[in-house]
Structures are given as structure tokens and as C-alpha cells.
Design a protein. Sequence first.
Length: 261
Amino acid sequence: MPELPEAEAARQRIEDGALHRTITDIRLGEVRHMDMPSKPDRDRLIGTQFTRTHRHGKYIFVGSVDGPWLHIHLGMAGSVRVMTAGQAEAKYIRFTIVFEGNHRLHFRDPRKFGHVELVEDVEAFITAKGLGPDALTIGDNAFARAVGGTRGAVKSALLSQKKLAGIGNLWADETLYRTGIDPETRACDLPTGKVTDMHRASRDILQAVVDTGADYSKLPGDWLIHHRAAGDDCTRCDGTITKKTVGGRTSYFCPDHQSAF
DNA sequence: TTTACTGTTAGGAC
DNA sequence: TGTCCTAACAGTAA
């Protein structure tokens, strides 16, 4: 369920298990309708080694010192695993990098919303995509500029990768739940203090999820993530969790303690 | 069998 | 020109 924490966990797995090994082969699985590197692009990587990783929002990059970067986006259901020789293949593997000794980096994506491509320059790529600052490292002022001024629903602002890169549906809801803000509130109507609260909350939430390796079962029981069902009891007041579509996304919130401004 | 889904983006409305 | 919203993408699982 990939948002920033899953992308960071994936980057870490790549960092730990896929660097400094010579690439001997690249295999594609069933990739109809998916964007994947062309044969010439794949051939460019054969014989090289990855030496570094980078992540911006939900976008993952793996690169060598002077070669191109491989960009992986997990989409809606993608995941990355490093496998050693002898480990069984899973289903829905779309892209495999084989290293010497049959060490493998797998990109698994049942729903095929993810993609993989070669990128020459990470900064230029981020600029071209129009991505905002990374949600984990953005400062107070930049956050206020990015999210504070817009006229649409505050939840839509949090979800906009152009304003702020990395927050998805789940952690946008979690942020608003913790800060007591109705997801439909116009961002420009929020008092400055509330915008700061949102920044702190989103950063703390994302960092906490990253710290668990994006294992939701290790997150505290009073988080909204464990109560995303209409009719569940609110864990912060006597209210009831309610479901509503905001900005085209399913949103869970508590109308009792999440107020409009 | 029907419905919902964590992300991104093209295209249209305002 | 800019901002915002909706629909569509593909496949699975409840």
C-alpha cells in the first residue's frame, strides 16, 4: 500500500541488498499496459553496478556513479524485494534485475499501476514532474506556502504531489484525524497554527511509519489506520468514524472532533 | 456477481 | 493562465 513510507522501506531494502553487485540480466514478466525500460535501456545496465539510492516523495531511484538512474514507482500495489539464490519466485513479478550469484531485485505489482524507467538526472526528473518538496524534510514555512493558500479542500492539498511529495490517502486522513480538521475545510480558511499542526503531525506520522518499516500492525492501536470503517468508534472522542468522498478519494474521519474552519 | 481500492494524470470546467 | 475536479487506468479481493 505504497505511500512515502513504503517507498522509503523499498529504498532501504534496495540500499541494503542490491548495491555493489554486477548486473547480469534484466527480465520482464507480464507487463502489458505497463511502462518498462526498453531493450536498449535494459542493455545499458547489464555489466554495471548500482552504488546509491535516492527517494523523493513516493519516487524511488537507484543509480550508479556516472550511469543512468533506474526510477521505480510503486503505483497502487507495487512492492520491491531482494531475493537470494534459491528463494522461490512470487506471483506478479513484473521486473527483475539479476545480479551475479543469482541475487535478484524483484518489482512485484499485481495491479500494474506502477512503472519502471531510466532517468538521466534525478533533479531534472523531479522538476519536470513538478513535484513539491519531500513531505518528510519540508520546513514549516515551505509547508505553509505549499498547503496553506489553496482554495480547495485541505485534504486535496495534502494529496497533491505538486505541492508536497509523499502523502497519500491513508496518511492524509491520519494527519487530519490527529489535528482535528474536517477534510473538506478549505485550506485557505485554516488558522496559521492549524497549518503548523498539520505539518508537525504529517511529519511525525510519516516518520513513525517509516520507523516500523511500513508495517502497519506495529502502529499504535488508537491510530485511524486501524479504524478505517464507517461506524467504528473514534479513538479520540465519543464520535463515530464516518466515510465520505473528498476530492474523489474515500475519506474516513470523525465529524465530532474534526471541525470545519 | 458487485463493489471498492492505498496513485497518477489527461482533459474539461470554471 | 491557473486551479480544481472527475474519470480512467488493471486486477484482485471482500
